[in-house]
Design a protein around this ligand. Structure first.
Ligand SMILES: Cc1cc2ncn([C@H]3O[C@H](COP(=O)(O)O)[C@@H](O)[C@H]3O)c2cc1C
Ligand SMILES: O=C(O)c1cccnc1
Length: 338
């Protein structure tokens, strides 16, 4: 059961009190793994993934039968600074495309056998431009976190979250810079494809926002309010709800990982239930994954978002679980265990 959230402190407390993996299931899955008909370790990282997944799902022989993909959409006041190669109207247009099944994520979610939900968050009310003031009030942040929190199906056995929000590689870069330090240029990339002049001015916008809000940021939720966006906060809310419900999560690209970083900088262990689905082509994604302590499953040069890389990675995790739960043991198959 998910607790009710009536304040940001409720959210902080729920995250801090989230349950650990089931130790008996973890041990059961590890024991089963060691008896399967293959040389020890021959399935490489797939073996670790299956045991890890079993620990979260409370089963020594788990299944993935109900993956959920959720795409959150939001608009950003900071687009007034010319930070994207595309106009903000594209956010709402893409939401319609998602609803009609025409986007990349529709194809990849279907292929992964996942249910897909789309939540558009007040698209006609962009966040405030963070170079002028906080992107969201505390109340607006709570509403956006709650939207993500409520969007998770408690009966899902795997969660992937993604986003659509023209301009959102700018708040993602600002969040990473505010949370992990370094220069704005270390965290700012080309997003949808800004040119060199666009990248230089985007970097200045990130630096300005981080400098303006630096003193107001004590944890990841403060950073989200000052520099984030509604879809970024909703992704954080959904990842947190999954943590409380012990539903494993596959993280997507740079923006999704910036949302996840806000949780990690709010409570230790907040991302223990999360895998990195892929490393995107956004320049700073590798550095961000390192800060999260996550090794990506795939690296295909994607720079789309929408949960696309994570949805593809569902199939890798499904492969791990199919082998773990479907293979015969040495004893069952009558194969000599050497
Ligand atoms: C047609 C289209 C579909 C997309 N799907 C995801 N994004 C991606 O691009 C945006 C981030 O890049 P920037 O910060 O440069 O605007 C986000 O909406 C992200 O999801 C898209 C972008 C476009 C144009
Ligand atoms: O890494 C991502 O998710 C990404 C990169 C560029 C544009 N949109 C998303």
């Amino acid at each position: 059961m998910l607790p009710q959230l009536s304040s940001l402190d409720d959210f902080r407390a729920a995250l801090a009190d989230a349950p650990a993996q089931d130790q008996a299931a973890l041990q059961g899955a590890a024991a089963r793994n060691s008896q399967l008909t293959k040389p020890p370790g021959a399935l490489g990282r797939l073996e670790d993934l299956a045991v890890w997944y079993g620990g979260w799902r409370g089963s020594g022989r788990p299944e993935i039968s109900a993956p959920q993909v959720i795409v959150f959409a939001g608009n950003h006041g900071v687009t007034a600074q010319g930070v994207s190669a595309f106009p903000p109207e594209v956010t709402a247009q893409m939401v319609i495309n998602f609803e009609h099944g025409g986007a990349a994520i529709n194809q990849l979610a279907r292929l992964a056998g996942a249910r897909m939900d789309v939540h558009a968050l007040e698209l006609d009310r962009p966040t405030a431009d963070f170079t002028q003031g906080p992107a969201m009030s505390q109340a607006e942040l709570l509403t956006a976190l709650q939207a993500g929190w409520d969007a998770v199906d408690p009966s899902a056995d795997l969660l992937v979250v993604g986003e659509m929000g023209i301009g959102n590689t700018t708040p993602a870069a600002a969040l990473a810079c505010a949370l992990f330090g370094g220069e704005a240029a270390d965290w700012t990339g080309r997003g949808t494809g800004v040119d060199d002049a666009g990248l230089a001015s985007k970097t200045r916008v990130v630096a300005e926002g981080v400098a303006l809000h630096k003193d107001a940021i004590r944890d990841g939720l403060d950073a989200l309010a000052c520099l984030g966006g509604r879809e970024i906060a909703a992704m954080a809310g959904a990842i947190a709800a999954a943590r409380v419900l012990r539903i494993p999560v596959i993280l997507d690209g740079f923006i999704c990982c910036a949302a996840a970083a806000c949780l990690l900088q709010t409570a230790d262990g907040a991302l223990d239930h999360a895998l990195a689905g892929h490393q995107s082509a956004e320049g700073a994604h590798q550095a961000l994954l390192e800060k999260l302590g996550k090794q990506p499953l795939l690296s295909l040069g994607l720079r789309l978002g929408e949960a696309s890389g994570a949805a593809l990675a569902i199939q890798v995790l499904k492969g791990a679980i199919a082998c773990h739960s479907g293979m015969a043991t040495f004893a069952e198959a009558g194969v000599s265990d050497g």
